[in-house]
Design a protein around this ligand. Sequence first.
Ligand code: HMG
Ligand code: MG
Length: 302
Amino acid sequence: MSIPSRVQIIDVGPRDGLQNEKSPVPAEVKIGLVQRLQEAGLHEIEVTSFVSPKWVPQMADNAEVMAGIERKAGVRYSVLTPNLQGYEAAVKTRPDEIVVFGSASEAFSRKNINCSIAESIERFAPVVEAALAAGIRVRGAMSCTVGCPYEGEVAPQQVAYLAGLMKGIGVQRVDVADTIGVGTPRTVQRAIEAALQHYGIDAVSGHFHDTYGQALSNTLAALELGVWNYQASVAGLGGCPYAKGATGNVATEDLVFMLRGMGIETGIDLDKLVDAGAYISDFLGRKPNSRTAVALLNKRAV
Ligand code: HMG
Ligand code: MG
């Protein structure tokens, strides 16, 4: 398999990133971030999630954010929906794609969405059916495909099992997520190969958290398998500064810099992307968690 010549990135910063912030981020700032991401050329943005505000208070403004964004033609806006209640609230805000999210590990499934893997699929099935009937695309996030904070190592067979269940209920494409960033190139490749037992290469994406600094290496390993869809978080948003060891997805800036250097097209303007990352980082009162962004901002300053 040759390395893809083009990569499509979903920026998950507004959702995966900001869901972890301790201090509240106003809807208008989230809307401003989405605006800057689309100006930078992102074609897919994961905007928010329709989950319980008791579980994730940062996403309680989901409808307000969706109503406030200025839709740009050619951009796909996605939102997370764990159950029918979430879907029914989400559908009113006209998402282009909804995301059901399951886990390859039983323990994480229970901690994250309060049910077993099998129960989660039962909850997702009517959501997927309703979305497809309404002409809304459906993605499935698969957490803990390499390691789980509660169970340790996760076998590729678990990933294949979950991918098969997702396929069975009509999920159109899946994300192979390394939720806690413990994957290394070969373990991540095995997780991807497990997903590829049920989905074609165009329907599998990489979602790598960078907790152990492996996300770019893991991306390269996934590129070697032909994977050309990735999720990344502008300014490396995500993780909690108070939760030891937790960090966000690979920074979109770092990913774009690597891909550009490899001659792989993303359609993203790196300078404008750095502006987007600087905007949200300024609001949060810290530097972007992206080596590329910091390097480029330092260069601008001289
Ligand atoms: P539950 O408590 O089992 O739900 O939570 P329930 O059906 O028993 O309902 C209990 C209460 O929750 C009720 O309210 C419902 O109305 C409410 P009450 O009567 O007590 O006032 N409720 C909801 N409210 C708003 N929206 C909804 C909804 N559903 C029920 N959709 C539930 C189940 C899934 C809702 C809960 O566990 C939850 O919200 N979990 C949060 C999960 C989450 O957002 N995790 C982070 C995103 S996943 C992620 O980050 C991983 C990913 O990035 C990939 C990776 O890196 O691995 C995608
Ligand atoms: Mg994630």
